[in-house]
Write a protein that binds this ligand. Structure first.
Ligand SMILES: [Mn+2]
Length: 301
């Protein structure tokens, strides 16, 4: 029955399942699940993140059930599954945001979503859904970019402006950014950071003391959503992305930061993975492992 439903819609980007988990859409008894959102029409530079879910599933095939660093049988503990991809509409940002919000309200009511994007615009409708299901949440935002620009080419809904919209829509409690380093259009961004009340740790802050950054993150109280733009990681480790910025986190540092989270995760995404610019699946494998570590943190609590 499920398979027939899946064949009715053109989910061309979907292959295999995350971590070889079962493909299940009935979330009864499921604590956490993987879901793909293959949408990239809000990108400003290289397109291709619509293939992120496909790449991340492919990069996840070597994941095994036991996490020795966190001492947990992650998938068993969560009774995890892969629910497939949300049926987005290529080329239609507003329609797609509506679909994502509606689907995420249904899904997040039954378990914790671990999401593979897609470009970063998908996080706005996810946060709208989070606010409806959970009330306002904290946001931990790994990225090389601030993503709080007001507009791009005069347009409000892009992968570089979703955070400004989320703040305007009053969806968020505390916001902590990590890994910031991209050049910006002007110094105004630094003033905006203050005005918007966002706490930003640049890549220098992380390299100086990861411990201090983690301490700040782990002091967050209440429900917390974590959004990980893969471009927080150095393109030497994660070349498969749309707006790469040199001088970033190593893959090990990224893994350690996710492993070190001690917050109440109500949702997690990895966005901006664009497999066509990848080399030997390194970016996809890293993204899959970051999701696995975040699932493991959830399974431990
Ligand atoms: Mn970014």
């Amino acid at each position: 029955m499920r398979q027939i439903d899946a064949l009715k819609s053109p989910r061309f980007t979907q292959v295999s399942t995350f971590g070889r988990l079962p493909l299940i859409q009935d979330l009864h008894d499921v604590k956490a699940f993987f879901v793909g959102i293959p949408f990239d029409d809000a990108t400003t530079y290289r397109p291709g993140a619509r293939f992120g879910p496909m790449g991340i599933r492919q990069g996840s095939r070597l994941l095994r059930p036991y996490n020795q660093f966190l001492d947990v049988y992650t998938f068993d503990e969560l009774n995890a599954c892969d629910v497939g991809d949300i049926n987005v509409i290529p080329g239609y940002i507003m329609d797609t945001m509506k679909i994502i919000e509606e689907e995420m309200i249904k899904l997040a009511g039954s378990g914790t979503p671990f999401i593979a994007g897609g470009d970063h615009s998908i996080t706005l409708p996810i946060l709208r859904a989070m606010a409806k299901v959970h009330g306002k949440v904290n946001l931990v935002h790994f990225d090389s970019h601030y993503d709080f620009w007001d507009t791009y080419w005069g347009k409000k809904y892009t992968h570089g402006s979703w955070l400004r919209r989320a703040l305007e829509e009053n969806l968020l409690e505390e916001v902590i950014q990590v890994g910031i380093r991209g050049s910006t259009f002007s110094k105004d961004d630094l003033h905006d950071r203050e005005k918007l009340g966002v706490t930003s740790f640049t890549i220098r802050d992380v390299k100086k003391s990861m411990e201090a950054v983690m301490k700040e993150i782990n002091s967050l109280k209440g429900k917390t959503y974590v959004s990980f733009d893969i471009d927080a990681v150095d393109p030497a480790f994660a070349p498969g992305t749309g707006t790469p910025e040199v001088g970033g986190l190593t893959s090990y540092e990224a893994m350690e930061m996710i492993r070190g989270l001690n917050v109440n995760i109500v949702g997690f995404d990895v966005v901006e993975v664009a497999p066509s610019y990848d080399v030997s699946e390194v970016t996809s494998m890293l993204a899959a492992n970051l999701i696995y570590e975040a699932m493991s943190v959830k399974a431990k609590r």
